[in-house]
Write a protein that binds this ligand. Structure first.
Ligand code: ATP
Ligand code: LTN
Length: 324
């Protein structure tokens, strides 16, 4: 069975883009692949964060994975910082990674513009991500479009390590769901919907129905009245993509359905499909939260499995590099 690895950093509130671009794909893949999913807390601390609420954020992320349908009986679920093999391999990999390739990473360029302090951790972020992926001899990495470059650099690092030290790592491939891969901000369709930044630009998985209604009602639209999918109407194209991803109807079907109707009708219906899709996840998470033992049990069992698999690769890499 092919191995899948993916993760989300607990840097804020999980939003609709995270679900449609990443987590919903994971749910679909868990029957056909050997899946490992992580909450990558070491990645989250590369940008400004609040240590007081951080443990709760990590827990929220894992519970949302479960609520979205990730089944710990089928997959391995763990918290990244609890498995020290990740940081140890990252050091090894950093010695075959060049400063110039890290400088090319668009996420680094974007995020370093927003941060008060640009940490070396933020710069080295892709190396730790490569370690996450390569430790598990991963075949496929399901992520949203914005993470494609990071999976590609992980593959380059793996090839380079293998070239210098012998065959240690499998070369991973990225998997994107095209149409739904990129959900844009509700206030600026040229920017991606994101966990950080202003709240009204995104739909959080934790948002109650009335907030979802409010956010969609005030989402920006383009000039004109027609519901059509066109490049020069980025706001409505984004809402159509969200509609399509939530309802599983094609863009053409949706456009046909709203022929002759206006933005208000379309938005009312959009609210319904969003609530139908993510409302149950939010409600399930609230139930799961009440069971303290469940979270502890899942991360303990997941860590044991993750540690075992990753230790084997780390030892192989160290031996190949002349360290054992
Ligand atoms: P941050 O604001 O902290 O960068 P983010 O919301 O952009 O957070 P990430 O943690 O970078 O999210 O991404 C988690 C996963 O969700 C990745 O696989 C990413 O590709 C996917 N993802 C994030 N935002 C979107 C989006 N707007 N559309 C589709 N997929 C997305
Ligand atoms: N950078 C990713 C999170 C991430 C990840 C990974 C995704 C860290 N390590 C390994 C896939 C595989 C992001 O979503 N921002």
């Amino acid at each position: 069975m092919k191995r899948v690895f993916s993760a989300v950093r607990p840097s804020g509130e999980l939003q609709l883009g995270n679900y449609l671009g990443a987590i919903s794909q994971w749910v679909e893949m868990q029957d056909g692949y050997d899946c490992i999913f992580s909450v990558v807390d070491y990645h989250a601390i590369t940008t400004e964060y609040d240590p007081k609420i951080f443990p709760q954020k990590i827990k929220d992320h894992l519970l949302f994975y479960l609520a979205a349908g990730i089944d710990p009986k089928k997959c391995t679920l763990f918290i990244q910082s609890q498995n020290p093999n990740h940081t140890e391999l990252a050091w090894l990999l950093s010695t075959v990674t060049t400063v110039s390739e890290l400088k090319r990473m668009t996420q680094f360029k974007d995020k370093s513009k927003k941060e008060k302090i640009i940490s070396a951790g933020l710069f080295n972020y892709p190396v730790l991500m490569a370690a996450d992926i390569l430790l598990y001899q991963t075949d496929v990495v399901p992520v949203g479009e914005d993470q494609k470059q990071h999976v590609e650099i992980a593959a380059d690092i793996a090839k380079r390590f293998n070239y210098h030290f012998g065959e240690v790592f499998k070369i991973p491939e990225v998997k994107l769901v095209k149409e739904r891969a990129r959900i844009m901000s509700l206030t600026n369709p040229m920017k991606k919907m994101s966990k950080s930044g202003e709240d009204k630009a995104r739909i959080n998985l934790s948002d109650p129905d009335d907030i979802i209604i409010k956010k969609i009602k005030s989402a920006v639209t383009d000039s004109g009245k027609k519901i059509e999918y066109s490049q020069d109407k980025p706001a409505i194209a984004n809402l159509l993509r969200i509609y399509s991803a939530c309802s599983s109807e094609s863009i053409e079907q949706i456009v046909a359905k709203f022929k002759g109707k206006g933005y208000a009708d379309f938005k009312n219906s959009l609210v319904e499909v969003i609530i139908k899709k993510i409302g149950p996840i939010r409600d399930k998470k609230i139930v799961l939260e009440k069971d303290e033992e469940l979270y502890k049990k899942i991360i303990f069992e997941g860590l044991e499995k993750a540690e075992l698999i990753s230790r084997e690769t780390l030892e192989k890499a160290k031996r190949a590099a002349g360290l054992l």
